[in-house]
Write a protein that binds this ligand. Structure first.
Ligand SMILES: Nc1ncnc2c1ncn2[C@@H]1O[C@H](COP(=O)(O)OP(=O)(O)O)[C@@H](O)[C@H]1O
Ligand SMILES: [Ca+2]
Length: 486
């Protein structure tokens, strides 16, 4: 009979131990492309493969900014919209282990730029989506669709992201365990998202159950708790379209929202080729106009106020343009362009009194263009630089006049870019929803945290291995040192 190799069993055990550790530490990935009006971003998320239904486990692994403009700008050459995504998708291939590619879901969500294009020319928007889909299908990931997000979805998923990353979705951590707690409305944080073509406000309010203006209600059941969220997306009130709204009209020539000394010849088409303002196009023969800066914050505020309509409200209360809004409640996270603009202006600290914030912005707007330019032109693209006075004034006016924040409630807003290394925005909430990552019901018993789980399994595996070696050692044939009695 063939003798068994005594090393077979330890080798098997070592392989098993490594296997167990590999399984519990395996990582799953997901990719979401945010096709915004001004640009496209690709985000890779990662999370441990084993699901324990805890919140706060998904994190952003990688972010790639697509070169060039948003996909809605490629109407004349739709195939270029697809091509523009290739380099970021290649980066995604490099950042995700090859064997995981086929099971990595890939989503693309388009927002207000494509919403406007659809309004303007729906066949052009179909062409862009077709081109984008063709490119996405050419990569080895699990393509899950490229689609237009509704404004409510954009607002609601932004809210989910902020509250998920902030661990506010009814779970609290205590001594290594996560318990479900009755947090709900009191701890949820509102979300304010400012894009180029639209802006979203989303929050829970004890005074809103969805019966008044049901179009603004989004209901979720997350971890066993029901939320009815108020959300609204204002198309044309992102900062780039709002600038067009403010520019269209008699104030176009001497613009108080641009610095003194700013003097640019612009095409009327560049202002009016958008459904947000196309009906206001002046009947003028000339193709261009001179855009002159006046650098006056107070006058700029007045111009911006004029783009909001406060005259009619058929509900108990409204924000602007006749849109219902319940009373503001709790803290708010303000991200995307809110953060970029206020961060540039050094005004992200909301514990500073609003009056001081306004004074600082007023001083900035009054700074001559040559001075601003000389100081920042090497670090900041000129297009952004020219617009920060307008954008800062727009943000404060939108918040105070539009959404009804006051000098007291202004400090409940926090300007945020990232939470725990993940960007604040709708993409993470979108993926959590589509991968069913957030369960409707809370787990029955307090589960072990992931780290504790891995530690326990590892320790047990090592212990088993040591015990096995000891047993093996005790059974090993030994040289008998005792004198043999023959
Ligand atoms: N560094 C920056 N400074 C100022 N504005 C910025 C900066 N980076 C991005 N933005 C602006 O943020 C906005 C992002 O909007 P985007 O997501 O593209 O549009 P939407 O969400 O309306 O589809 C744009 O107005 C863009 O110009
Ligand atoms: Ca956006």
């Amino acid at each position: 009979m063939k003798e068994k190799n005594p090393w077979h069993r330890p080798v098997t055990i070592i392989i098993t131990v490594i296997g167990v550790i590999a399984i519990v530490t395996l990582v799953t990935y997901g990719i979401v492309l945010d096709a915004g009006s001004s640009h496209t971003s690709l985000y890779i998320y990662q999370w441990p493969a084993e699901k324990d239904n805890n919140t706060g486990r998904v994190e952003q692994k990688h972010h790639c900014q697509v070169a060039g403009k948003g996909i809605s700008s490629y109407t004349a050459t739709p195939y270029k919209a697809g091509e523009s995504l290739i380099s970021c998708l290649k980066e995604a291939k490099e950042n995700i282990p090859q064997k995981m590619h086929p099971e990595t879901p890939l989503y693309l969500g388009a927002t207000a730029g494509m919403r406007l294009l659809k309004l303007e020319n729906s066949s052009a928007s179909d062409e862009v989506f077709k081109a984008v889909e063709k490119t996405l299908r050419g990569f080895p990931f699990s393509y899950q669709g490229a689609r237009l997000l509704a404004g409510q979805e954009e607002g609601a998923f932004g809210w989910v992201t902020v509250n998920y990353l902030d661990d506010r979705l009814t779970q609290v951590s205590m001594g290594g365990f996560k318990y479900t707690s009755v947090h709900g409305n009191e701890s949820a944080k509102g979300a304010l998202d400012l894009g180029g073509a639209s802006t979203q406000i989303s929050f829970v309010s004890d005074e809103y159950n969805g019966s008044e203006s049901p179009d603004n209600a989004v209901s979720f059941r997350l971890y066993g708790y029901d939320y009815t969220l108020y959300t609204h997306s204002f198309l044309c009130y992102g900062k780039d379209q709002a600038l067009r709204l403010a520019l269209s009209g008699p104030t176009a020539i001497m613009d108080p929202c641009f610095h003194k000394g700013y003097n640019e010849t612009k095409h009327y088409a560049a202002v009016y080729d958008s459904p947000c303002v196309s009906d206001q196009k002046p009947q003028i023969v000339s193709e261009t106009f001179i855009h002159l800066g006046g650098g006056n914050f107070t006058q700029c505020q007045e111009v911006i106020k004029s783009v909001f309509n406060f005259t009619s409200c058929r509900y108990s209360r409204c924000s602007f343009n006749g849109i219902f809004q319940p009373p503001l409640q709790g803290q708010f996270g303000a991200f995307s362009a809110y953060f970029f603009v206020m961060n540039f202006l050094n005004l992200t600290d909301t514990s500073v009194p609003l009056k001081t914030v306004m004074q600082k912005l007023s001083d900035y707007c009054a700074t001559p263009w040559t001075q601003v330019c000389a100081y920042f032109k090497h670090d900041i693209p000129l297009k952004y630089l020219a617009e920060y006075c307008f954008s800062g004034t727009y943000i404060l006016t939108l918040m105070m006049e539009g959404y009804n924040f006051t000098s007291e409630t202004y400090s409940s807003i926090k300007y945020i870019q990232k939470i725990k290394n993940s960007d604040a925005g709708w993409t993470l909430g979108y993926m959590l929803n589509l991968t069913n990552m957030i369960p409707a019901e809370a787990p029955d018993s307090p589960p072990l945290t992931y780290t504790s789980y891995v530690s326990v399994v590892t320790v047990m595996a090592i212990l088993l291995f040591v015990i096995f070696i000891l047993i093996l050692y005790s059974l090993w044939p030994k040289c008998n040192t005792e004198p043999k009695i023959i």
